[in-house]
Design a protein around this ligand. Structure first.
Ligand SMILES: Cc1ncc(COP(=O)(O)O)c(C=O)c1O
Length: 426
């Protein structure tokens, strides 16, 4: 099929689908296709995923492989968001009704991701969640924080700012990609000193999807009296896990990424014993000292996005976390297998099962990823992003990668068009 034919048929399909199906109808239809098979079996049933795709209103002129950024929400989620916005504008008191819905959202998120509702604060994104954690801890000049040079830049800026302002010391662990859990554990362990107060790391990194051994690192931290802060922006609703199993102290995430909730949603998990110890970013009364809601005292803000997390959770559950993860891995392994045999290509992500799902990167020898990203967009209508490590120069630590993040609406035809486009560039 030519590119023009492809776009024409996709556009026509999208219009019909939008008119005829709501997201949940599409999922019910998909369920009929999927049946009771295992997640891995369902991952390869194309009619199932074609129905899932109908739950989204997509731009048919582009192939979006940048879903690790801010993916589209399913139509039911976006409609709910708009409805809540309209209702609260019609009668601002409606805000109070929505507030009750937010409490329901807290309970349901806690059930889905495995913690007590009393440990979960709703925020606007991972940045807000992690900044609360990073700024909420009392630290003295000379106290040390261990993080990595592949953590998210905004969180690294915050630690650097505290270092400039308060004289704390930041140690950035470096590591090659991909690497192993044992290697990461060893690198953190050898960076610990008697002055270490905090260990801050990603659950999976945004650049290459490197998975961290969160539970082992959190246990190591706790055994030495160190607070563990985990950046879960790329992990929640992407790979299946329960927060309580991670044993970390604080965990911050966005929900507009892999949960596909409205933009401007996230949560902060604070282990019960830690709540009193962490100061909120915006002041709250002392009576709220042990209440996780003290982290939500941010003044008037739109509640519509938060309330519509409920629909995003419904959608997530209807597909199923295990199925999502299995499908994302299947799509990722398809493009990796289509490119890995090329001599110029180096895959920067682990190929092991249960280590990589929908976020992986590759480098092209001698080519700056920043030049590949616009070429794929302009010549092939494919959206990806650059994954660049600012670490030490050298073949292992200094990579310039292209990050590929499909979604559950991504078709194998789109993945194959991506493989063909990269082969053409090569
Ligand atoms: C690992 C990681 N942490 C934090 C963030 C920040 O997320 P947000 O902009 O939603 O606050 C991102 C965004 O891409 C990320 O990938």
């Amino acid at each position: 099929m030519s590119r023009r034919e492809f776009l024409r048929t996709s556009a026509a399909g999208a219009t019909v689908a939008t008119a005829a199906l709501s997201s949940l109808d599409a999922l019910a239809a998909a369920e009929a296709q999927g049946g009771p098979q295992s997640a891995e079996e369902v991952a390869v049933i194309e009619p199932y995923w074609r129905e899932v795709r109908q739950a989204f209103t997509l731009d048919p002129s582009l192939i979006n492989l940048n879903n690790g950024n801010t993916p589209p929400s399913p139509q039911t989620v976006h409609e709910a968001f708009k409805r809540h916005l309209d209702d609260s504008n019609r009668l601002p008191m409606h805000y109070l009704t929505l507030q009750a819905r937010v409490e329901e959202v807290r309970r349901e998120l806690a059930t889905e991701f495995g913690c007590d509702p009393a440990e979960l604060a709703l925020t606007r994104n991972a940045t807000e969640s992690l900044h609360i954690a990073q700024l909420g801890l009392d630290l003295r000049p000379g106290d040390e924080v261990i993080t990595t040079d592949q953590d998210y830049p905004r969180m690294l800026w915050l630690w650097d700012q505290r270092a400039r302002r308060e004289g704390i010391v930041i140690k950035r662990v470096q590591f090659p990609v991909p690497t192993t859990a044992a290697d990461l554990l060893q690198r953190f362990e050898s960076a610990i000193t008697p002055r270490t107060r905090v260990m801050h790391f990603c659950h999976i990194t945004n650049t290459t999807g490197q998975l961290f051994p969160v539970r082992e690192l959190s246990r190591l931290a706790r055994a030495r009296g160190i607070v563990s802060i985990v950046d879960g922006a790329q992990a929640v609703a992407h790979l299946p896990f329960q927060l309580r199993d991670l044993e970390c102290d604080l965990y911050g995430t966005s929900l507009h990424k892999w949960l596909m909730a409205p933009k401007g949603t996230g949560f902060l998990y604070v282990r019960r014993d830690m709540i009193e110890r962490v100061w909120p970013l915006y002041a709250a009364p002392d009576s709220m000292r042990g209440d996780v809601r003290k982290f939500e005292e941010i003044g008037t803000h739109p509640t519509a996005a938060r309330a519509a997390i409920a629909e995003a959770l419904t959608f997530h559950r209807a597909v199923g976390g295990e199925r999502k993860a299995a499908r994302l891995r299947y799509l990722t392994m398809r493009w990796i297998n289509g490119l890995r045999s090329r001599p110029q290509v180096r895959i920067l992500s682990s190929l092991e099962p249960n280590e990589t799902w929908g976020l992986a990167s590759f480098a092209i020898q001698g080519v700056n990823a920043a030049t590949v990203v616009p070429m794929l967009l302009e010549k092939h209508g494919i959206v990806v992003s650059a994954a660049v490590n600012q670490g030490l120069p050298g073949p292992v630590l200094d990579y310039s990668g292209v990050r590929v993040t499909p979604s559950i609406y991504t078709s194998i035809e789109e993945i194959d068009r991506f493989i063909a486009a990269v082969r053409t560039l090569l």
